[in-house]
Design a protein around this ligand. Structure first.
Ligand code: GLN
Length: 246
């Protein structure tokens, strides 16, 4: 993003990919940018519209199996997200959106081609992963504990081109051991919550990448902290106390 222009954030296919309040990720990013005086333009690109290739940040959200397969087909035909990534755009992808940016995913008993933008692939697990998801983030990112909730049937396997976003302390994530994936300019996660509300430091990482700023002025995170504290207290009540690592 050039310093005098606005930050363009695109939410891809809200009509297909929009489970569990993941739209909150768009609201959180836009608000945290505006509070720093960064002008923002948000765009919600529906399935019947072309995906613009010139935006700064692309958000992909969760979705049920059938909409997910439709979204994959449309995005492959469209090509806009691929062009955007080639230009250096940032991608933040959750659950179905996370699976979609890999080389393949499984749904409705079949294997589907993904967008093959990042080095990961998904298949199906033995059971649905439903519940809280938490664990320490890759130390290279210097972020606090990841917290969220998950609801997915898929399992994700990472290639050498990406690193796990976190290690799983509670929940399943990719495979019961690691959760999500990242490489510079890309974050993929199974965490809903919305993820960027439960993890505002992750939102700021995305904003730093997109703006090229090394640091952003701190914000009042009272409400985010309250939400994190509540969920971590709920885990502690079930015998998994991660508050020391939060
Ligand atoms: N349909 C995918 C799965 O079940 C993703 C689910 C979701 O986005 N919540 O694995």
């Amino acid at each position: 993003m050039s310093t005098d222009s606005e930050l363009r954030i695109v939410w891809v296919y809200p009509d297909l990919l929009s489970t569990y309040g993941d739209r909150g990720n768009l609201l959180i990013l836009a608000q945290r940018a505006r509070l720093r005086g960064i002008p923002v333009r948000t765009e919600e690109i529906r399935t019947d519209e072309p995906i613009p290739a010139e935006a700064d940040i692309y958000l992909l959200a969760g979705g049920e199996d059938a909409p997910q397969t439709l979204a994959a087909e449309r995005m492959l035909d469209d090509g806009g997200l691929r062009r955007a990534v080639e230009h250096g755009a940032i991608v933040f992808a959750v659950c179905a959106g996370y699976q979609l940016v890999g080389s393949a995913f499984a749904a409705q008993g079949r294997k589907y081609a993904g967008l093959d933008l990042f080095d990961l692939t998904s298949d199906r697990g033995p059971s649905r992963a439903v519940g809280e998801l938490a664990g320490p983030v890759d130390p290279a990112l210097a972020l606090p504990l990841l917290t969220g909730f998950e609801n997915h049937g898929g399992r994700t396997h990472l290639g050498p081109g990406v690193r796990p976003l976190a290690t799983v302390s509670v929940g399943v994530g990719n495979d019961g051991h690691t959760e999500g994936a990242w490489t510079k300019g890309f974050i993929g996660t199974y965490a809903h919550g919305p993820a960027l509300s439960r993890n505002p430091a992750l939102a700021d990482l995305v904003l730093r990448w997109a703006t090229g700023r090394e640091s952003l002025e701190p914000l009042d995170d009272t409400w985010h902290d309250k939400l994190r504290d509540e969920r971590l207290a709920a885990l502690a009540a079930r015998g998994k106390d991660l508050r020391h690592a939060a």
